[in-house]
Ligand binder design. Structure first.
Ligand code: 5GP
Length: 189
């Protein structure tokens, strides 16, 4: 962690305001309402980054849904994926014959989503799709279908609205780009 905790010292610039994020949730919620009409999807939130996005998104969806969470991790406190996805805590719900919608904060290498999609399909889900807030394509390591996303982002490390920097700053209302100095400081810790 950088010593000075002041948010201005770690955020370079805002990328998405609260209003931008709200607009993305409304748009995605409308699309999902149409696509899941008459179904009872199981919404699987990927902890912890997707918590705020999931709660805003599902309230824009007019469908009969159930919610569960899964904590999977490929990053730990690092700023780069380790390439190994681990289940930290599993679902409580049986996904057999369910239409599953994974909700994730950001897709980067694609490894986390690939792991989750394959696992839920193996467990017998009827369909498995995903909805991510941010789609970072520059680092993609595998070909993966991202059925729904709010916005593309460049190859920069973003924080806020659930997205963390070394487990902090998830509670920012906006999404910002981390200052390169903050990344360097953290790397030298
Ligand atoms: P993937 O497996 O696609 O490489 O990574 C997905 C996970 O990496 C996300 O759920 C998120 O936790 C983390 N991640 C990837 N890019 C960023 C980023 O720019 N900022 C933050 N805070 N986390 C990221």
């Amino acid at each position: 962690m950088p010593k000075n905790d002041n948010i201005d010292n770690i955020i370079d610039h805002k990328l998405f305001t609260e209003q931008d994020i709200h607009n993305m949730c409304v748009k995605l919620g409308k699309q999902l309402t149409e696509d899941y009409a008459g179904k009872k999807p199981l919404i699987v939130g990927a902890l912890k980054g997707a918590i705020f996005f999931l709660t805003d998104l599902v309230r824009e969806m007019n469908v009969k849904e159930q919610i569960d969470f899964m904590d999977v991790s490929s990053y730990g406190d690092s700023l780069e994926s380790s390439g190994q996805v681990k289940i930290i805590s599993d679902l409580a719900t049986d996904v057999k014959d369910r239409d599953v919608l994974i909700v994730e904060d950001i897709v980067d290498t694609g490894l986390t989503l690939k792991f989750m999609k394959e696992l839920l399909k193996k467990r017998g889900a009827k369909s498995v799709k995903c909805c991510v807030l941010l789609n970072k394509k520059a680092n993609r390591q595998i070909d993966i279908d991202v059925e729904y996303y709010g916005s593309k982002v460049g190859n920069e490390f973003v924080v806020g609205y659930g997205l963390d920097f070394m487990s902090f700053y998830r509670n920012l209302r906006y999404i910002g780009v981390l200052k390169p100095e903050a990344i360097k400081l953290a790397a030298n810790k």
